[in-house]
Design a protein. Sequence first.
Length: 249
Amino acid sequence: MLRRQSFLFYTEENDDQGRAIRDEESGYNKNLFSIPKHYEEDLERVFIPHGLILDRTERLARDIMQDMGSHHIVALCVLKGGYKFFADLLDHIKALNQNGDKSVPVTVDFVRIKSYCNDSPAEKISFVGEELSTLNGKDNLFFYLFQDIIETGRTMKALLSKIKDKKPRMVKVVSLLVKRTGQSPVYRPDYTGFEIPDKFVVGYALDYNEYFRDLNVSTCTFFHCQISGTYLPQVPSRNICFYSELLNN
């Protein structure tokens, strides 16, 4: 098997899709990137460049288009963390629809789930709002669920249980990130952007108690979280993997 190695990205022996990032990966110097001043002191290293995220997202879109055939699909975004990944991937699907040899009708919908308190998974997974009532009457369709990150898989398993009540013909799950936690996951997605080490990640719409969604830099970075109460009250000192985005003005 071919091995592909660079400063950032690493192809694991057991990863036939070349998507795994090794545990010891250190990333890039943060000074190579533009970082908001109110986060500057909290960042240590840039982890996954935004360009790599976009390239991987485009490839995922191509794989999905190839697999879905000509079926009408329901693209369901898991909010809030999945919105940026969902929007970028959907843009690629729309471009392929317009310029490719085939096109498929896509219906867009959203569900909001809360399963985190601070940086720890919450004991209870809650559905916010209408709890998928907008999906009523969409039985026998092909569902694609777009998630930001899968760790234990409990959140996705709970969502799939509700989706199956709608009697879809098929359900596929697309996750930008899958975290290696050292435990057997409850659920593995059908499509994965990157498999990452067991670190807490934020940015690119992933948050920490609603913070870090306002990043103005196209990276995923390590940082040492020692933030004053001005920006992040009650945040512990710890190492966190920082995932940020380039906002289009």
